[in-house]
Write a protein that binds this ligand. Sequence first.
Ligand SMILES: Nc1ncnc2c1ncn2[C@@H]1O[C@H](COP(=O)(O)OP(=O)(O)OP(=O)(O)O)[C@@H](O)[C@H]1O
Length: 200
Amino acid sequence: MTLSAEALCCQRGGRQVFESLSFSVASGRALLVTGRNGAGKSSLLRMIAGLLRIAGGKLTLSGGDDERSIGEQAHYLGHLDALKPALSVEENLSFWTRYLGGDGQPPDALAAVGLDSLAHLPAAYLSAGQKRRLSIARLVAIKRPLWLLDEPTSALDTKAQAMLLALMQAHLAGGGMIVAATHLPLGLDGATELRLEQVP
Ligand SMILES: Nc1ncnc2c1ncn2[C@@H]1O[C@H](COP(=O)(O)OP(=O)(O)OP(=O)(O)O)[C@@H](O)[C@H]1O
């Protein structure tokens, strides 16, 4: 499976953010998107996820499921944790699992992110790092080949960063792909860097 971008162009609020962007990511590989604040890293991830209109060029996912869009074959983990504060940790994960097409009963996902002991706590009471870990749990609960991760380590302590690294490595070892926007090294050996330069 390969994700390819050809001469991709991004506009926000009528302004050109980047243009002529081409890259490809194959199964088992990670692409780290770097660049200054405002260079368009989050915008690129949102385009791949199908949440932002492509202003020019094209994106293709070859070897995937032709019946589904790229976004439907991807997990998108944005800046915000997208949790319902009144629902418990377990209920939030069940909601996401059903929303993403699962049966609402993810077996080991909470344990994988170290939140099984907090399963019944309302998400409103979680710390910032715990909220991030709960968001990461949906990557484990539902299998999708492409992970789109926007600053995935934000708010994570050292132990949780190592947990995320192990999950990413397992995903790549299983033939998955990762596109991550980050200002910090994620520890993924062999990842390719794509540096976005701001259009002046
Ligand atoms: N809804 C919007 N309307 C207009 N401009 C926007 C909108 N969203 C983002 N932008 C602009 O698009 C540009 C790219 O933003 P984006 O969030 O993709 O950058 P980024 O590289 O992820 O930045 P950071 O490192 O700060 O997270 C910025 O100049 C931003 O101000």
